[in-house]
Structures are given as structure tokens and as C-alpha cells.
Write a protein that binds this ligand. Sequence first.
Ligand SMILES: [Fe+2]
Ligand SMILES: [Fe+2]
Length: 443
Amino acid sequence: MADTTRKTLLPAKYHDAVVRWRDTFIPDYGFLLDQWDNYFPNKPHFELCAYYDCSVCPNIEVGQDQGKPKFTSAGQMNQEQADHLLKAVKAQASTELGSIQQHRLTLARAEHEQDQVWILRMMAEELRHGYQMFSVLLDDDWKSVATTSGEDMVEEVLNMRTGSHVLGAFNIDFDSFLDNSMFCAVIDRVGKYQLEMQKVSAYRPMSESMPPMLREEAFHMATGVAPLRRWAEQTARGAGTVSMGMMQEAVDKWFPRGLDMFGDERGGGRNVKFGFKPMKNGEAMEAYIQEMQGVVDDINERYVRARFPKLARAEARNALKKLTDGDAFEGLQPDELITLPHKRYFRRRGPHAFLLVDRAGNDMTDFDAFRKEMGRVQPDAYVVNRDYIDYLEKARQVATGELDQVDAVRTMPQLSRVGGACPCSNAVRWVVPESNGNGAVAN
Ligand SMILES: [Fe+2]
Ligand SMILES: [Fe+2]
């Protein structure tokens, strides 16, 4: 850690609550610590704590308050600003913990111990990110905008389970270890964009939280991409267990969720106005799409080079260019490579939400044809999932006019506390929200 970094712990009772949560959802945490020096010999040991990088820009960098000193407490902001920020912090905390619950389902199915240990480290770091957001919540007094105390907000997040998290991508169960890898490569990358943007946050504790989280996020993306590259090279040589087709299906499952996490592409203006982010949702999403295209190109290039090992790198690039232009190369067909689905495909937020659109981005008119097309594209294990079935039903209702598109988006299940504030309750459920906002966060 840089010497401008301040390290803090939560008050003991909250720290202990997070440790108990960790014991439940990362039961292999002890194994990770035992293996740490074998797999990460040059990395300092993991610590469950909050880090604040005090070297961030002290003044507000964008929006209506640009140039003024950053806010150090919620009370310095206007009500709307503080409310917007509080929602973002809570949602961020929820996604951090949400991904741990997803990863643990299929962690044991990794091919190699190294893959498992990398995922375990990533899970521990996500827990630290959640802890960081708890620290941001508990260090301030939110009573100007919150009816619940910091204590209740932390309890609320710790009680969430897959199915009750704020953002859709964190409510989808993993079906195989391929999901662990693709999630890190696709969804954690959205996280990187969000953290990068929040580095400018007008709320100084948020801004100071970002640099250490971003350093960890880079590792999470590598955790995802490394097995994808390996599988591409293995399958090109006729070996391995994961084909390009399987990776394609996983891209088609997760990439639309990544896009949704930016929020409605027409929105995000308030984040900029309030000084919380430098870009609106649509701008950030376009940059992300470009970066994801680079990830896909890299995997394809590795596949081509492994399939034709005699090709020099430049020749492999030329072959790849030919293939992406739609021509075959030495018996390799263009459709054997991975492509990104169109940004209109399989969306749940924004102008394309729940529309009948095929993966090439074309409108479809017949729902049954759309359902078949979806079933053809999406992984078999996923199409029997509640999440997928709910999506299809909503798309059908929008197509028939039974449900307005805006209502379909608005009625996406959201986090809410129901049934009182019993300290041991699991009273956080899927409910229809009062307002869906356009907040965008990630892991
Ligand atoms: Fe992450
Ligand atoms: Fe994270």
C-alpha cells in the first residue's frame, strides 16, 4: 500500500459480523491464507480492513460544485445529492457481497487448484470491498437522508442472498466454473469502470476508497481472463474441456448484464451534475463495449495462433481480420470464433429493455420465434433458471402490450426491507420498487 493510505477497522461488533458472514460464505478462507505464499509470494497478506488513499484530488472535479473542496460528510450535501450517494454506496456494498455468494456455488468445480485459489483471493477482496462500503456508511451520519441507522443498513446488506441483491447480474446463480471465469472477465470489468469513475467522487471518503479497490479489481479481471485464454488455446489444439461455443454462450449470458449495470444509457446526468462521476451512463457503456471487444479479440487471436502454430503473430492477426470480415481461413469458419452480442440484445434496462431483439441486434416480431432464438443462444443450464424465465415472461408481456416497457423495467425486483427490523431477520426480499432510479454500480 502507498504510504498515503490510511487503514481502519470497523467498530468491533460490525467487524465481527462481517467475519461471521465470511465464515458462512467463504468457508475456504483459511485455505486461502495457508496457500497465500505459494500462489502470491510477492503480495502482502490479505487483511480484512478499509483502506483510504488520502492522496486523491481534494477538490470536486466535475459538476455543479466543481472546484469546491470535496464533501467529507453527508450533512454538507443537499438532500437529493446525499440520497443519491447513499443509494449508490448501499448498492455497491450489496454487489460486492453478492458476487461472493455466486462464486462459492461452483468454486469447487475448478479444474486446477490455482484457479480456485485465485477465485478465493478475489472473493476475499470482494468482501473487503463490501467492508470498505460499510466503513463509508458507518463513518458518517446519514440521518438527513436515511430512516434506517448505519447499523440497520449494514445488517440489511449482510442479510441479502442471491435473488435479493440490488442489481440483476448478482441475482443469477452460476452453473459451472465457466461462469466464475466469465463473470470476472465481464462483470468485474464493469466494476473497474464504476470504480474508476467514482475516483472523482465529490464525497471524499468514496473517492479515497477507490484507488485501493481498483488495484484489486485488476487482479479480478485477470482471474477471469486467464482460464478463458487457456481454454481457447486448449480447444484449438483439440484438447481441454471448454469449447469456444461454450464460452460464446457464457458471453451471451453475461455481457448484456454487464451493459445493464451501467444503468439506462440515456441517464447518468445527475451523477455528473452532483460530482459523483465524470461520465454519463451511455459514454461509459460505449467505452466498456470497446474494451470487451478487445478481450474477445485477444481470445480469438490466441485460438487462431494455437490452431495454426506456424503462423507468425502478424499473420495470425491478418487471419483473424479475414475471419472477422466473414471469410473462412484454412478451414476455420468465422462462426467458430467468439463475438459480442449486439448491445440491444437481452437487455433489462434502457431503451432496448425487454424488446424482442436477436443477438445481431435485429428486431423480431414473433414472440415464439424470439423464445426459440433465445433458447438457441443461451446456455442450456441457464434457460431453466428462474431469472431467465422471468425475463422471457416480461418480454412476452411487453410484446403483447400487456405490460408497458417502462413498467417492465420499473418492476424489476429490487432490494427492500420488509416486515420490520428484527435484528436476526432475513427480511430482505424481492419486491416491486417505488422507483428504479438509474444508479449504476458494480463489483
Ligand atoms: Fe471485483
Ligand atoms: Fe469489488
